[in-house]
Design a protein. Structure first.
Length: 364
């Protein structure tokens, strides 16, 4: 199969013009906390390329000639850099962001909302930033007696709300999204597609630690002060991580019981997310999305299993074609479990058979 691409700038398809001078394309998409980014490097021999302007809308699609291409990035041109040397020639590098870094989303706001839901507050603050907002229904309905932005940008506000209620916040073009973390669903409630990374099929390489040490917790805990009982109370939430024994306390006390429940749930989801880590590189797959699931198979017992996708990086070049690298977390299923050699037989002193050496007939 031959890899294919499509690039639109300011609404115009410039793929045919880029084809003879394209060096490579890279796209990085992460589960919130940072803006999606993309870069395009072009051979600028002779200075023929007309440089795009910052804030020009840009859309990148990748795929394969026999199956078609799909959009993997929507955003705006952020910077254009030209470089050159006698040894390497001339190159123009176009960098783009999923959000307009010159827009009102980074401007501080001073407003407050009384007795309202997170969904309504997010939409009103987003409107002031010139953005439309979509919030997962389970998060949008959470009610707060008081929500305020005190010279806080909409980006910072969205990230703060995500930390407090267990969400993932990001801006794509003129759309802001607050999705439920670890749900495996889009904001609209549709299940995100799963992708596979299978040894001997589409898997190029893997580097995985299925179970980490320090981040593994049994529960998360948040405290709040009960004025009626005149004492501190606590709320806990299970992480769902196998092997957890300790309890992770929240850094700060919360204002009331509801806030404590939300914070404990958020911390529990994050702890489970960080219980394992790794990365896989597979044949280019535009179905891979942050918050979706990657099924790793054929590597080895203890590594094979399902993982939450933390980040997606697509790379296209003339030399290497189209590959996708996935950052992984939240191991589930058989990930981290290798039960071989655990069964004991009569006369067995224990230990793992995996590491037992065969008997030497000469030594007995």
């Amino acid at each position: 199969m031959k890899a294919a691409f499509r690039v639109k700038v300011a609404g115009q398809n410039i793929s045919a013009k880029l084809n003879p001078i394209l060096i490579d394309i890279s796209v990085n998409d992460r589960a919130g906390q940072s803006s999606d980014s993309a870069s395009i490097r072009l051979d600028d021999t002779g200075g023929r390329l007309v440089m795009p302007q910052p804030r020009d809308p840009i859309e990148i699609a990748l795929g394969w000639e026999n199956t078609g291409v799909g959009v993997v990035f929507v955003g705006v041109v952020d910077e254009v850099r030209a470089s050159g040397s006698r040894s390497e020639g001339r190159v123009v590098s176009i960098s783009a962001k999923g959000m307009d870094t010159r827009g009102k989303s980074k401007q501080g706001q001073r407003q407050h909302f009384d007795d309202t839901t997170i969904g309504d507050a997010m939409k009103k603050a987003g409107q002031s930033a010139g953005l439309s907002v979509s919030v997962d229904s389970s998060l949008a309905s959470i009610k707060r007696p008081y929500i305020a932005l005190d010279d806080e940008s909409f980006v910072a506000f969205g990230e703060r709300m995500a930390r407090e209620v267990g969400g993932t916040f990001k801006i794509v073009g003129d759309q802001a999204i607050l999705a439920k973390r670890n749900s495996g669903q889009s904001v609209g409630g549709q299940a995100l597609p799963s992708v596979t990374a299978a040894w001997g099929q589409n898997l190029h390489s893997y580097d995985i630690t299925p179970i980490l040490g320090r981040p593994v917790e049994k529960q998360a805990l948040a405290r709040w002060y009960d004025p009626k009982a005149a004492k501190w109370q606590k709320e806990t939430a299970d992480t769902g991580t196998d092997g957890g024994q300790t309890i992770k306390p929240a850094v700060y006390a919360e204002a009331d019981q509801d806030r404590a429940k939300e914070q404990a749930g958020s911390d529990a989801a994050e702890s489970d997310r960080r219980s394992g880590e790794g990365s896989v590189t597979i044949e280019g797959n535009i179905a891979a999305q942050p918050e979706g699931v990657c099924i790793v198979s054929g590597c080895r017992p203890g590594v094979d299993g399902s993982y939450r996708i933390e980040g997606v990086s697509h790379s296209y070049s003339r030399g290497s074609g189209f590959v996708t690298t996935l950052e992984l977390g939240q191991p589930k299923g058989e990930a981290g479990k290798d039960s071989r050699g655990k069964k004991k037989t009569a006369g067995d002193s224990g230990g793992d058979d995996d590491f037992a050496l065969p008997a030497d007939p000469e030594l007995g």
